[in-house]
Each structure stands twice: as structure tokens, then as C-alpha cells.
Design a protein around this ligand. Structure first.
Ligand SMILES: O=C(CO)[C@@H](O)[C@H](O)COP(=O)(O)O
Ligand SMILES: [Co+2]
Length: 223
């Protein structure tokens, strides 16, 4: 992918007005939706179940980016595949069989990504890098919206971009999630990120205006 994409994280949308907020984001130029699925076990919070993907798919054809923060993510893959998720991101620590889970997603012709927690090193996922379609760099500890960006994560993004340049068989996109605002998005772009997840930055304010601001700093044209 040689262009940048803004993916509002629906975790920060108004739950009682989710449809309204998503429509506003669509009209405001959102290019993808990021859906955080949390089970209260892998991370200390509960959010949406996979059925939300199906519900959101009914109101938009925008790509749906699923971030699975659950133990046993395999239990949800059939449903997410049937619900037409476009990208399914799996935490490497969430299953003993990450390779198999990625293969299952890709066999359904859906893009598969791995997620690196702030404390997860790139070297620990080296065997997966030629396989995956996306690497999601967590720039906060997973579980909650509205946290402070961890600046050291820009080095991880930079390293992933450098490795991709050095290895012709690495084709992953680089996604960043957590604490994204105008300033941190810019730093991540310079480091090499391409998909920018933004939750509280987008939904806690004027949604369309916030998307427009991010697009401006990232120099993304409206299509
Ligand atoms: O996965 C997560 C949190 O675990 C994120 O996707 C958050 O939803 C991002 O929220 P902000 O940090 O942008 O407010
Ligand atoms: Co997320």
C-alpha cells in the first residue's frame, strides 16, 4: 500500500448513537473502520463481540479492520470471515498457534495481521514477517482508548519499514494504534506507518473536523 489510511476506532464512538457517529465519520472521509474486540481476559476490558462486524458491514462498504484482543482468537475466526471483515489482526501472545490462525484467515482471502504489544519485539515475530499482510504496532497498552502515545514505538515502526525495504518477500503494511493525534500521526508517518487508527482523537470532538485535520497533517487527499 503506497498511500495512507485513517481508520477511526469505534471503541470511542458513542455507543448509544453508534450509527450516527459512523455515518458522520463516513461522510467526513473515514477510509476504514477499526473494530476492537476485547474479552476481558486477554485485556482488562470488554468491548464488542464479532457480531458488531456484521452490523457495521450492513451500513458501509469501507474496509473493516478487526483488532482481536481475546484469548483463543480461533473461536471467532469463522464468524469474522463470514461477516466479511477485510483485515483481521491477531496478537501473537493470544494463541499457541499464531501461524495456523494466520493461514486460516488468508485461506478465506482475508488479510491477516499480527499485533505487537509495546513490550513485544520484532525479533520474536521474525518467522511471521514474510507471511503477514499487516503489522499493527500498539503505541499504547491494549485495552483502553484515550491513553498517551508511547514515543519509543516510532522506532519499532521505523525498523519494520526498514526490514521490508531489505526483504523483497515482506509485503506487510504498517499500522499504528493508540494515542494518535495530529502530532503523533505525523511522527508515525515519517517513521513509515500507513494505517493510522484514531479513537478518542476522532470521536471525542467534532468527528468530521478531526478526520479532516488528520488528513491535512498526513497529506491525504479526499477521494
Ligand atoms: O486497540 C485499542 C485499545 O486497546 C485502540 O484501537 C483504541 O481504540 C485507540 O484509541 P485512542 O488511543 O486512539 O483513543
Ligand atoms: Co485497536
Amino acid at each position: 500500500m503506497n498511500f495512507d489510511v485513517i481508520a477511526p476506532s469505534i471503541l470511542s464512538a458513542d455507543r448509544l448513537n453508534l450509527h450516527r457517529d459512523l455515518q458522520t465519520a463516513i461522510q467526513g472521509g473515514a477510509q476504514m473502520f477499526h473494530i476492537d474486540i476485547m474479552d476481558g481476559v486477554f485485556v482488562p476490558n470488554l468491548s464488542f463481540g464479532p457480531s458488531f462486524v456484521q452490523a457495521i458491514r450492513k451500513i458501509t462498504s469501507l474496509p473493516l479492520d478487526v483488532h482481536l484482543m481475546t484469548i483463543n482468537p480461533e473461536n471467532y475466526l469463522d464468524e469474522l470471515i463470514a461477516d466479511q471483515a477485510d483485515l483481521i489482526n491477531l496478537h501473537v501472545e493470544s494463541t499457541n498457534h499464531i501461524y495456523r490462525a494466520i493461514q486460516k484467515v488468508q485461506a478465506a482471502e482475508i488479510k491477516a495481521g499480527i499485533v505487537l504489544n509495546p513490550g513485544t519485539s520484532i525479533s520474536s515475530v521474525a518467522p511471521l514477517l514474510p507471511l503477514v499482510d499487516n503489522v499493527l504496532v500498539m503505541s499504547v497498552n491494549p485495552g483502553f482508548g484515550g491513553q498517551q502515545f508511547i514515543y519509543a514505538m516510532t522506532q519499532k515502526i521505523q525498523k519494520l519499514a526498514q526490514l521490508r525495504k531489505q526483504n523483497a518477500d515482506y509485503t506487510y503494511t504498517i499500522e499504528v494504534d493508540g494515542g494518535i493525534n495530529e502530532q503523533t500521526a505525523k511522527l508515525c508517518k515519517v517513521a513509515g506507518a500507513q494505517i493510522f487508527v484514531a479513537g478518542s482523537y476522532v470521536f471525542d470532538h467534532d468527528i468530521a473536523q478531526q478526520i479532516a485535520r488528520l488528513k491535512e497533517v498526513l497529506v491525504i487527499e479526499n477521494s
